[in-house]
Design a protein. Structure first.
Length: 331
């Protein structure tokens, strides 16, 4: 792919054109999307105009916006060349990464150079905060991911856990969360213990199903090489040679959090994820996540990574909803 930039003499003084040439017309069609919807998404976000001329795209707009657009388009084209399809989510991720200030540490997670490989799919960070978070999961034995729903905290942690398990770095994966009802009383649940706790654990099952074939996942759970259990079941255990994730940690009490953190054994890695704005504990019961953040922040080799509404990778409205509630809480 060749890239060149030209200025249009007929354009206003502050407007620029950037010409991008693509060698594979088939991939260019995929880059543009059906009815050029991919280009329309980029135009709306970066306030530029993109015109297709044969195997070329001409970007018109402010110079800085043209440069960012070129970066986004070339990044997406590189993914197509690597055999990765692009969708609205991939475009959104490239837009965010393209707009972020990158340093050498984040660069290693960009453009498909590093990916989290699992049995069913490869996962790529979509924001700078996600990139830094993934890096900390590989580098630290204890890592915290704190931020609103939809920012990929648990999803990325499970993906890294699967990657380390497949690579033989750990012998098992243990996923846990407090069995706390989200603001409503569900009453008596029928069935055995597994039937009673599985509704609370379902988000963890959903993540695993994204990364492992059904039969392999069922076998690993049967062999207890993958465990999904409520936080209360962790008491008295030493979790060695395992990748351990505690999800929804804002709903752990201070004593539960201390109990869980002290389960860390030799050869293990532990990830704690939570959202401080969604505490479902009874009133006057402090969140163990807040206490852990206060007490452990100065300890080396324990990382804290933070997300905001700008890192939400669900429907775009989710980020706006979070911002609206945050603004109301600050008022």
């Amino acid at each position: 792919m060749g890239i060149s930039a030209i200025s249009s003499p007929s354009s206003p003084q502050d407007a620029h054109e950037k010409l991008l040439e693509f060698s594979d017309n088939r991939l260019l069609i995929d880059l543009c999307g059906e009815f050029d919807r991919n280009l329309a998404q980029i135009e709306e976000n970066l306030d530029v105009q993109i015109v297709r001329r044969g195997n070329q795209l001409v970007v018109v707009g402010q110079e800085a916006a043209c440069n960012k657009t070129a970066q986004v388009l070339t990044g997406l084209y590189a993914k197509l060349e690597a055999g990765r399809p692009i969708d609205a989510g991939e475009i959104d991720g490239e837009l965010r990464m393209g707009a972020a200030v990158r340093d050498d540490q984040l660069e290693m997670f960009r453009g498909g150079k590093v990916e989290i490989k699992t049995r069913k799919k490869s996962v790529h960070p979509r924001t700078a905060a996600q990139s830094a978070y993934v890096q900390s999961l590989f580098e630290n034995e204890l890592a915290f991911g704190i931020g609103p729903a939809g920012t990929g905290k648990t999803y990325l942690a499970v993906a890294v856990g699967i990657n380390m398990f497949i690579g033989g770095h750990v012998d098992r994966i243990i996923l846990s969360r407090p069995a706390v009802e989200a603001g409503e009383r569900l009453g008596f649940l029928p069935g055995d213990m597994k039937d009673k706790v599985d509704p609370y654990m379902q988000p963890l099952y959903d993540a695993l199903n994204d990364f492992l074939p059904d039969k392999q996942l069922a076998k690993l759970i049967e062999e207890k090489r993958i465990e999904i259990a409520p936080l209360a079941f962790m008491r008295g255990r030493t979790l060695s040679n395992a990748f351990v994730v505690l999800d929804e940690a804002q709903n752990a009490t201070t004593m539960q959090m201390k109990m869980f953190l002290t389960r860390l054994g030799e050869g293990s890695r532990m990830v704690i994820t939570g959202d401080r704005s969604q505490v479902d504990l009874p009133r006057n019961v402090p969140s163990g996540l807040a206490d852990a953040e206060r007490l452990l922040k100065s300890i080396k080799k324990i990382s804290f990574n933070y997300f905001t509404s700008k890192d939400v990778v669900r429907h775009p409205l989710v980020g706006k909803i979070i911002e609206a509630y945050d603004a109301d809480g600050d008022a």
